[in-house]
Design a protein around this ligand. Structure first.
Ligand code: 4NP
Length: 162
């Protein structure tokens, strides 16, 4: 299964989602079932490494972030099975790019898999805030990725180790 995580710049939230998901898949011995990547709806940061604040919060939790920012491309809508947006703006931008394409069903919000989301399905953009925003974002993404893995048949009921 191929999963693409999408945010605005592909330097803060979606690289974290990619790293966290991979780590959880590895812990569930399910790494070989998934191919994951991340992308941004915007092009401002193309080629850049993840934001140092995302790198830091990932490192604190034993996860190394790799890769350089890229912008989503039309081919992603056919080559990925699931395209998971971080917030409603990202989702709206993806839907605009999709038009009436048949790939519409592949696109949704990551926090739909967060069992504690309680109606708020955004992973808020931490870019203009302080470091504590990145801790909060890490926790939200981690919870949603656990829900996602469990939904996809791996690691159901595994205790939260992070
Ligand atoms: P991301 O965060 O979408 O989580 O990567 C942002 C990165 C850059 C900007 C906004 C959000 N920006 O305005 O440049």
């Amino acid at each position: 299964m191929r999963i693409l995580f999408v945010c605005l710049g592909n330097i803060c939230r979606s690289p974290l989602a990619e790293g966290i998901f991979l780590r959880l898949a590895r812990e569930a011995d399910a790494e070989d079932r998934f191919q994951v990547d991340s992308a941004g709806t915007g092009a401002w940061h193309v080629g850049e490494a993840p934001d140092p604040r995302s790198v830091e919060v990932a490192k604190k939790n034993g996860i190394e972030l790799v890769g350089a920012a890229r912008q989503i491309r039309a081919v992603d809508f056919s080559s990925y099975d699931m395209i998971l947006a971080m917030d409603a703006d990202n989702l709206r931008d993806l839907e605009r790019l999709l038009g009436s394409g048949a790939a519409r069903a592949k696109v949704s919000l990551l926090r739909q898999f967060d069992p504690d989301a309680e109606g708020d399905l955004d992973v808020p953009d931490p870019y203009f805030g302080g470091p504590s925003g990145f801790d909060d974002v890490f926790q939200l993404i981690h919870r949603a990725c656990r829900g996602l893995i469990s939904e996809l048949g791996g690691a159901a009921g595994k205790p939260d180790e992070l």
